[in-house]
Ligand binder design. Sequence first.
Ligand code: T3D
Length: 262
Amino acid sequence: QSDTILHERREGWHRITLNRPEKLNSFNEEQHHALRAALNEAAADETCRTVLLTGAGRGFCAGQDLGDRDPSKPGERVDLGYTIETFYNPLVRQIRSLGKPVICAVNGVAAGAGANIALACDMVLAAKSAKFIQAFSRIGLVPDSGGTWFLTRLLGEARAKALILTGDALTAEQAEQWGLIWRVVEDDALAGEAEELAERFAKGPTYAYGLIKEAVHLASRNTLDEQLELERDMQRKAGFSDDYREGVTAFLNKRKPTFTGK
Ligand code: T3D
């Protein structure tokens, strides 16, 4: 197994830590493969009901490892469309379509694709000292990993465009105020709060969580009528689940529900 990520299997949830701290956890191919494999395992493991993604050291992820790119050398120009198609796009799709919550604990700087991979997760907690940087224009690139899509939807065009064009850093506090992320927490509280959330989701109605993710994702492209119909269909599915039966039974019996995730 590659040491570019740490994969901790806890009871009911997995923690996946990007682990190239000397490079601020920027992505090389090995780290891409290792992360995809870990996410695949978490997706397939029925006992894993939530995933927590974070970074080792002082950064979350600085995007692509630029040490693997040296366009100044003759013949060294890489087809970036190919690397996006092969590595970044499948990763974003995998996180979004995973049928269980993916929490991101942004422990430090999140730049380039690193920022947008964080935004692809379902709930983003960030340490107060963390920053979000659309670093692409600083090196003559355009955002990838869904950056233009996430930022435009979450912030609106004016703020999205300014952040992308300038490549300026956004503090975690500003990101929270602007609605880019769920919550900012004190640096030394981040790991604990993220773990608490993971523990909570690990005991939650996983089947419903999967449907909720899908419904929220589709909301941005559906009309109200389409979304009402989608909600009807999803409620129908949820209504046949074990967790719905348990949830209502527990409520009526004035006790806490014990969800199995099914
Ligand atoms: O190529 C493709 O496949 C296309 C896909 C592109 C996706 C992308 O993500 S493009 C954007 C790539 N990322 C960046 O442009 C960010 C580059 N990094 C930075 O701008 C800064 O490092 C940060 C703003 C993120 C943090 O700054 P700071 O001052 O806190 O740290 P630092 O001193 O710059 O970095 C610490 C070390 O990490 C340093 O190494 P050293 O000098 O101690 O040996 C630095 O070189 C290394 N590092 C940081 N980011 C990267 C990196 N090494 C390789 N690639 C990086 N992206």
